[in-house]
Design a protein around this ligand. Structure first.
Ligand code: FAD
Ligand code: MG
Length: 334
């Protein structure tokens, strides 16, 4: 798992350096369950790296389901019992996740926690649950039973057994926060890559735009299928190759259909969303992956300021209008 992320970070990194000075520094740390790679191209200062990683760790401490004192763990422990007052960051990310849940008809569902726990994908003990087990948790996966109190800044899960999981959106939020710190420090050019949730800042030294490699879903060696040219934008991919396990010849990935309780099963291998910020791109990439091409494409087309790259199981690639993408792999076709 770790290796795959490391390789993928490198793919983006190499592309970013094209046309730039080779030894410009970057810093990688393991946070949010993945390798987070920050590259500051101008006047990179140790203090800025420290501030950025401190902020990412702060977000992890508030939003991780795995840390018993996080706000998310406290909300989950109080499901069906009592509302829990939370940090403003947590309230905001939950609020945005509910916005995208509504927009996608529940394809993105921050109440997916019970399914994530049941399958254990990404843990040491993943397994295919029985249909009875899945049926027993499905009623708990319902974003409409998450209640926000705007004046008390509290969150209440209406049913016992419900559980939030912000894995589909919080990395994007952390990437945006990292970008904001870098900007505030006066640094003009940076690439933030939180395990594949990327946000670019400024332009390359030669004033040309950033080029970001789109991972080949069939190749975990960091090779890419093509290159997308972006401005100051978030570029986030959801795909079958990110986290998965295999059982009896079947591959089970970590992006669930909240309706069926199984990994979303369609003709897509990955969806990349390009947006003005990484959080919206993160939320939408997961939602669109769950919806599948037809409905997902319709959703992207209905929104302003979003672009998408769809990679299909049959190696076809489709893009939405305005996406500046060049296919470089001979294994794929438009
Ligand atoms: P995305 O497509 O963006 O999201 C998929 C993830 O969202 C799934 O892993 C699941 O968690 C959730 N999800 C699945 N289906 C849906 C759905 N339909 N709607 C909404 N959400 C869904 N990983 C570790 O191994 N150890 C850790 O300690 C750890 N801590 C983390 C702490 C934080 C605060 C965050 C944000 C992530 C952490 N992670 C950790 C990683 C996390 O478990 C996910 O694997 C990761 O966020 C998935 O990101 P992605 O870009 O691969 O996929
Ligand atoms: Mg996502």
């Amino acid at each position: 798992m770790l290796n795959r992320h490391v390789f993928r970070c490198c793919a983006v990194f190499v592309l970013a350096l094209t046309g730039c000075i080779r030894d410009e520094p970057s810093r990688a740390e393991f946070v949010l369950g993945t390798v987070c790679n920050i590259t500051l191209f101008d006047q990179a200062r140790a203090q800025v790296y420290r501030d950025v990683f401190a902020r990412i760790r702060e977000i992890e401490n508030h939003m991780s389901v795995n840390l018993p004192n996080s706000d998310i763990a406290r909300i989950n422990a109080a499901a069906g019992i009592t509302p829990v007052q939370v940090h403003d960051d947590v309230f905001y990310v939950i609020e945005r996740s509910l916005y995208f849940a509504g927009l996608s008809g529940g394809a993105l569902d921050p109440a997916v926690g019970p399914l994530v726990s049941l399958w254990g994908i990404g843990t040491d003990n993943p397994r295919v649950p029985s249909q009875t087990e899945i049926d027993s948790v499905l009623p708990l996966v319902n974003w409409q039973n998450i209640e926000l109190d705007y004046s008390a800044r509290s969150v209440f899960l209406k049913q016992p057994g419900m559980a939030l999981d912000l894995g589909a959106i919080a990395k994007g939020f952390a990437a945006d926060e990292a970008a904001a710190i870098i900007k505030k420090a006066g640094l003009k050019r940076a690439i933030i890559d939180l395990g594949g949730d990327i946000i670019t800042s400024g332009k390359k030294r030669d004033r040309s735009s950033w080029k970001v490699g789109i991972q080949d879903p069939l190749d975990n060696r960091g090779s890419y299928i093509g290159v997308v040219t972006v401005g100051e934008q978030g570029i986030v991919t959801s795909g079958v190759y990110e986290r998965y396990f295999e059982a009896e010849g079947e591959r089970y990935h970590h992006i669930f259909s909240p309706q069926r309780g199984f990994p979303a099963d369609n003709d897509l291998m990955s969806v990349t969303i390009i947006a003005d910020n990484a959080m919206d791109a993160d939320a939408l990439s997961t939602a669109v992956f769950v919806l599948g091409y037809e409905k997902g494409r319709a959703l992207v087309d209905s929104l302003d300021g979003f672009q998408a790259i769809f990679v299909f199981r049959d190696n076809n690639v489709r893009i939405t209008p305005g996406t500046d993408f060049v296919l470089t792999s001979e294994d794929y076709r438009f």
